[in-house]
Design a protein around this ligand. Structure first.
Ligand code: ADP
Ligand code: MG
Ligand code: MG
Ligand code: MG
Ligand code: MG
Length: 442
C-alpha cells in the first residue's frame, strides 16, 4: 500500500498537481466531488489516511438531514489525473468510499452496495466481469434553440457524413490517458449517435469506469463546442441510447460460462444465471432502465428489447449470448441504458444471476425468431412476458422482488423507491403537446 502511495506522491510532485478531487456518487450514479488544494505533494497522505468529512444531506438519495455527517475515504486504486483540466497546476482525483463518522461502511453508498454483492461472489471464488457498451448522442442547438443531433450520419458511416470522427478521436485520447483500454469506437445507428467500447474488467472497476467515461465524454464534447447526452431516448422516431451489459463469471482465471462439451459451448451455470436474470427481469428493470424516458427506448423496432427472453444471435431478446467463446463467453443484457447507476445495476444483475445458480432456475428454450415480427397476441401465445413498459410498473415490480431488494439493501431500496415514485408522480401530471394534438377536439 505504501509504495502505491509513494508513487501517487511522486506523480503529484512531477506533474505539478495542485488540486485533489474527492469523488462520490449519488443514487443516480452521478459524480459529485470536492476539490482539496494541495499545498505540498505529501498532503495527499493525510487525505488518504483520514478521509474528509462532508455533509451528505444535499446529495440525492445519500443521507437524511438528521443523519448527514459522512466520511469520504479515497480508494487508493482509483487515483488518476484528469486530462481535461489544465495541464499546469493540474487536478487529480480519487473515487471515495463513504463511511459513517464512527468508521463503518455507510449503507447508503451505491459503491458500497456493489462491493457487498461482489463479496457474495468472491465467497464462491467467482470474479464478476462486466463489459459495458454505453451509447450517447452529440447534439447542438438549432436556430430556435432546440437540441438536435449534431450530424445526419448512420451506423459505421465515415467523415464527412460522420461529424464525430474528430470528437471521438479526442475522447479516445482522453480515455487512454485515464487508463482505459478502448476496444473500438464508431458512429451508431441514429443521427448524432456514437459508441465507444472499452475492455471488460471486474465489475467494481467497470462501474467506476462508466462514471468516469460519461464525465470524460461530456467534458471533451463540451470543450469542442457541442453537448453530449446519455439520455436514453432523446428524440422520437430514431434509436435511443443503450448500455448493453456483457457479463461473465471467472473462477481461477477460467470463464465458467464456457463449456466446450455442450452443444452451444455454454455451461449449465450460464443457463442458470440466465434463468435468474429472466426471473428477476421486471424488478431489474427499475434499476437498469431507471428513468421515465428509459421506457420510450424500450419499444418495438429499434433494436431495444421489449420481451423477457434469451437467444443466441438474437438482438430482439432481453438477453443475448454473443458468438464468442472461451474467455469471451458472456451474457449480454440489452435493456440497460446509460441513465442507470452502474454500481446498483451491476449489483442487482449479479445477485439475480447468482439466485438463478443457487436455485437452479431453468431459463427454458432460447428464442431464435425475431420477436419484433410478432403481434402482442402471438407473443402471449408463445408464453413470453413483456418487460415493464413504464417506470411505474418497474418500481412496483421492484417492491415485490426480495432478491433484488436485498441486493440494494434497505436504505438504498427505500431511497431509490421514494425518489422514483416522486419522479413518476411529477411526470404523470404533465400535459404534453401530444395530448392537445390528440384531444383538443373531443
Ligand atoms: P456488440 O457485438 O454487442 O456490439 P461489442 O464488441 O461492442 O459488442 O462490446 C462487447 C463488450 O463485451 C466489450 O466491452 C468487451 O470487452 C466485453 N467482453 C468481452 N468478453 C467479456 C467477458 N468475458 N465478460 C464480460 N465482458 C466481456
Ligand atoms: Mg458548507
Ligand atoms: Mg457494441
Ligand atoms: Mg451499440
Ligand atoms: Mg451489444
Amino acid at each position: 500500500k505504501d509504495s502505491k502511495l509513494d508513487q501517487i506522491i511522486k506523480t503529484i510532485e512531477e506533474n505539478d498537481i495542485k488540486f485533489l478531487k474527492l469523488e462520490l456518487r449519488d443514487i443516480h450514479g452521478l459524480p459529485k466531488s470536492m476539490a482539496v488544494p494541495l499545498k505540498k505533494a505529501d498532503d495527499v497522505e493525510d487525505i488518504v489516511n483520514d478521509g474528509l468529512l462532508f455533509d451528505g444531506s444535499s446529495i440525492a438519495g445519500l443521507a437524511s438531514i438528521n443523519d448527514s455527517d459522512l466520511l469520504a475515504k479515497p480508494d487508493i486504486n482509483t487515483f488518476s489525473t484528469i486530462p481535461w483540466r489544465p495541464e499546469s497546476k493540474g487536478t487529480s482525483r480519487f473515487i471515495c468510499d463513504i463511511y459513517t463518522t464512527d468508521g463503518k461502511p455507510y449503507d447508503g453508498d451505491p459503491r458500497g452496495v456493489l462491493k457487498k454483492s461482489l463479496k457474495l461472489a468472491e465467497k464462491k471464488g467467482y470474479e464478476f466481469n462486466m463489459g459495458p457498451e454505453p451509447e450517447f448522442f452529440i447534439i447542438k442547438k438549432d436556430e430556435n434553440g432546440n437540441y438536435m443531433p449534431a450530424d445526419e450520419a448512420d451506423y459505421f458511416d465515415v467523415e464527412p457524413l460522420d461529424q464525430g470522427t474528430d470528437i471521438r478521436r479526442e475522447i479516445v485520447f482522453g480515455l487512454e490517458e485515464l487508463g482505459f483500454d478502448v476496444e473500438v469506437s464508431h458512429h451508431e445507428v441514429a443521427e448524432g449517435q456514437h459508441e465507444v467500447d472499452f475492455k471488460y474488467a471486474d465489475a467494481l472497476k467497470t462501474a467506476d469506469a462508466v462514471i468516469t467515461f460519461k464525465e470524460a465524454v461530456k467534458a471533451v464534447v463540451h470543450n469542442l463546442g457541442f453537448k453530449a447526452t446519455f439520455m436514453p431516448k432523446p428524440f422520437i422516431g430514431i434509436n435511443g441510447s443503450g448500455m448493453h451489459c456483457n457479463q461473465s463469471l471467472f473462477k481461477d482465471g477460467k470463464n465458467i460460462f464456457y463449456d466446450p462439451d455442450t452443444e452451444n459451448q455454454i455451461s449449465q451455470e450460464a443457463l442458470y444465471f440466465i434463468g435468474g436474470l429472466l426471473k428477476h427481469a421486471p424488478a431489474l428493470s427499475s434499476i437498469l432502465s431507471p428513468t421515465v424516458n428509459s421506457y420510450k427506448r424500450l419499444v418495438p423496432g429499434y433494436e431495444a428489447p421489449c420481451y423477457i427472453a434469451y437467444g443466441f444471435k438474437n438482438r430482439s431478446t432481453l438477453l443475448r449470448i454473443p458468438a464468442s467463446r472461451g474467455l469471451g463467453t458472456r451474457i449480454e443484457c440489452r435493456s440497460a441504458d446509460p441513465s442507470c447507476n452502474p454500481y446498483l445495476a451491476f449489483a442487482v444483475l449479479l445477485e439475480a444471476g447468482l439466485d438463478g445458480m443457487n436455485n437452479k432456475i431453468d431459463p427454458g428454450e432460447p428464442t431464435e425468431e425475431n420477436l419484433f415480427a410478432y403481434t402482442e397476441e402471438e407473443i402471449v401465445e408463445k408464453g413470453i412476458s413483456s418487460l415493464p413498459t413504464s417506470l411505474w410498473e418497474a418500481y412496483h415490480a421492484l417492491e415485490e422482488d426480495d432478491v433484488v431488494k436485498n441486493a440494494l439493501g434497505e436504505k438504498v431500496f427505500n431511497q431509490f423507491y421514494n425518489i422514483k415514485r416522486a419522479e413518476w408522480d411529477a411526470y404523470r401530471i404533465q400535459v404534453f403537446d401530444f395530448e392537445r394534438d390528440e384531444y383538443l377536439n373531443v
